[in-house]
Design a protein around this ligand. Structure first.
Ligand code: GRF
Length: 205
């Protein structure tokens, strides 16, 4: 079967993107990373992608101002130009409109640095430490219109140690992210996952 063509959307460092690129080097991996797009021109991940020989594009959100859909139409054009099948959000710091989410429904994953539904949103490690949880982790989920709410595809737990700082905890979670994202993308690319309306309802909120 032909490999699925995947685009990774980033805004920054791109370590999850790199994990996906590395995994996709395996011959039996069912997806190839065909494109990396950043909404931030200075994202360090762009350099890493170019060094890995991956096509890159910058779709800067700034010129579009408050017109989110215009930004997303530009994004969508790039994706279509590269005949992309599946999308992986990896540290992509833009909230997507229902229009875009619907367009890529069931074909778009996100990675979140917490055990969803716990700690949606930003600063997850700081909040996990403040809450005194004993376990924290990472989640890959389908993207739905509500942020960090889509059906869960993969999770990995990590312990929270008494000695942890935000940085040490983030580093432990990041290693888990790098393990589960390639696994989740594999499952999606092999057609072993699907987003049904009932799973959306069940997992909303
Ligand atoms: C990761 O922790 C990811 O879960 C979150 O943003 C961070 C991005 O890191 N959404 P990187 O750019 O993949 O290194």
């Amino acid at each position: 079967m032909a490999k699925k063509r995947v685009a990774v959307l980033i805004s920054g460092r791109g370590s999850n993107m790199t994990a996906l690129i590395e995994a996709a080097k395996a011959q039996d991996y069912p997806a190839e990373i065909a494109l990396v797009i950043s909404n931030r021109p200075a994202a360090p991940g762009l350099t890493r992608a170019r060094e890995a020989g991956i096509a890159t594009a910058i779709v800067d959100h700034a010129p579009f101002g408050a017109d989110r859909e215009a930004f997303e139409r530009a994004l969508d054009e790039e994706l279509r130009a590269h005949r992309i099948d599946l999308l992986c959000l990896a540290g992509f710091m833009r909230v997507l409109t229902p229009w875009f989410v619907k367009r890529w429904q069931g074909r778009m994953l996100n990675i979140h640095p917490a055990l969803l539904p716990q700690f949606k949103g930003l600063d997850t490690h700081r909040r996990a430490l403040a809450a005194g949880v004993k376990e924290h982790g990472a989640t890959v989920h389908f993207v739905v219109a509500e942020v960090d709410c889509g059906p869960i595809v993969a999770q990995e737990r990590v312990p929270v140690l008494d000695s942890d700082t935000e940085q040490t905890l983030a580093a432990r979670v990041l290693k888990a992210e790098h393990r589960i994202y390639p696994q989740a993308l594999r499952a999606l690319a092999e057609g072993r996952l699907s987003l049904t309306s009932s799973s959306e309802e069940k997992n909303a909120g």
